[in-house]
Design a protein around this ligand. Structure first.
Ligand code: ADP
Length: 400
């Protein structure tokens, strides 16, 4: 069974075609960048590792990117689109609609009703899924919601303390995101440690980041909430903020709500705190090394938010057997890992700094004296989505 997984961003499309019957092997992968312009870039890599690039292609919408991808797949990976059993998407927010679902018009409409809390994620997915439906009318389109992994959270972890009838009426609660990544990383730890009865803190730190407290494979708490705009700092999006700062900006500082929203989702996080140096942690690390004080503060603040959540999740889990770092920052920044775990010896969490500095994905970087094992992992969200999409298809074919 071949499963095509597509990640849709507001200006990008990335894809991987998995052969699920032969070692979950990637047959082809690629993507389009700068979608929405007439100078888009498209790349395609097949399973013998030859990569083809095309520059300056007009792609006013995702539709052109999808067509380009299908053409490339037909040239080198499949002889007909019928050989693609389904297309899977790592969809973000469907509120009460979660799990793995066929992306029917009903599901898309429910997603639309959560656009205002996932403005960078839901609209491009919804538009792209409709374009896929036009271009591949006979292929099942399946969404695996990022919220699903956290759907077992208890009411005390997931409810906000606003009046209960308002929460219930409008489905307002903590949902959590990055589910596919947290699931992949914590399953990897369980397999590596040969145990399923584990208390794990999973740190997915990328352009946006979240931590999850996972007991026996179930997420009991996570740092993102109703939206993806809380918890740890993100690249240019706000993390936790006192909601009254928003009222103050509106009522006292003359900013209107759309401007505040724009500021919180594009000019905040690492970018805002560093005084606009960059939204990329690599640039912030370089500027901090060169003595820029704002960059140093941004770096320290990022690690501090991670550290605070590690402490609180160790309490929520009544101890911690393993901490796992993944995502672009979690996997690659030894500085963030060092700062976030600094001084936690008293809790039995100790990093081996030389292992940390040289860490490759898949390695244990804890010191010998550490009671908690600390891992660096290369996450694989697409594979998790491909497995779930295949399971849904197989379940349906056996029920028919
Ligand atoms: P996304 O959340 O968009 O999927 P990633 O998980 O790929 O993104 O993470 C992207 C971020 O990872 C970049 O913005 C950058 O800040 C960070 N990053 C990538 N490589 C490194 C590195 N070698 N050192 C520090 N940070 C890195």
């Amino acid at each position: 069974m071949n499963v095509l997984i597509c990640n849709v961003g507001s200006t990008s499309l990335k894809y991987k075609l998995f052969d699920m019957d032969h070692g979950e092997h990637v047959l082809a992968s690629g993507g389009a960048e700068r979608v929405g312009t007439d100078k888009s870039i498209f790349n395609h890599r097949n399973n013998i590792s030859s990569t083809a690039w095309r520059n300056d292609i007009p792609m006013p919408t995702h539709r052109e990117a999808i067509s380009e991808m299908l053409e490339a797949l037909l040239q080198c990976a499949v002889s007909s689109l019928d050989e693609i059993s389904c297309v899977g998407f790592k969809v973000v927010h469907g509120g009460p609609v979660t799990g793995t679902q066929y992306l029917t018009e009903d599901v898309l409409r429910t997603m639309e009703s959560f656009n205002s809390v996932a403005p960078a994620h839901n609209p491009p997915y919804i538009a792209a899924v409709r374009q896929f439906r036009e271009l591949m009318p006979d292929t099942p389109l399946i969404g695996s919601f990022e919220t699903a992994f956290h759907s077992g959270m208890s009411p005390e972890a997931s409810l906000y303390s606003i009046p209960l009838e308002i929460s219930r009426k409008y489905n307002i609660r903590r949902y959590g995101f990055h589910g596919a990544s947290h699931e992949y990383m914590t399953d990897w730890v369980s397999e590596t440690m040969g145990r399923s009865d584990l208390r794990i803190i999973s740190c997915h730190l990328g352009g946006s980041g979240s931590l999850a407290a996972v007991r026996n494979g179930v997420s009991i708490d996570t740092t993102m909430g109703m939206s993806l705009q809380c918890g740890v700092l993100h690249n240019n999006r706000i993390g936790d903020i006192d909601p009254y700062v928003i009222f103050y900006l509106n009522e006292k500082c003359g900013m209107d709500l759309p401007d505040i929203k724009q500021m919180l989702q594009t000019e905040s996080g690492l970018y805002g705190l560093s005084g606009g140096i960059s939204n990329d942690l690599r640039d912030i690390e370089t500027a901090a090394e060169q003595g820029n004080r704002d960059a140093e503060t941004a770096l320290n603040a990022y690690a501090y938010t991670v550290k605070k959540y590690i402490g609180s999740y160790a309490a929520a889990l009544n101890g911690v057997d393993a901490i796992v770092f993944g995502g672009g920052i979690g996997q690659n920044s030894s500085t963030i890992r060092r700062l976030a775990l600094d001084g936690l010896d008293f809790m039995g969490i100790a990093l081996d700094e030389s292992k940390n500095l040289a860490a490759l994905a898949g390695e244990d970087i804890s010191a010998e004296r550490s009671h908690t094992r600390i891992f660096v992992v290369e996450t694989n969200e697409e594979l998790v989505v491909a497995r779930k999409a295949m399971q849904l298809l197989l379940r349906n074919s056996t029920h028919r």
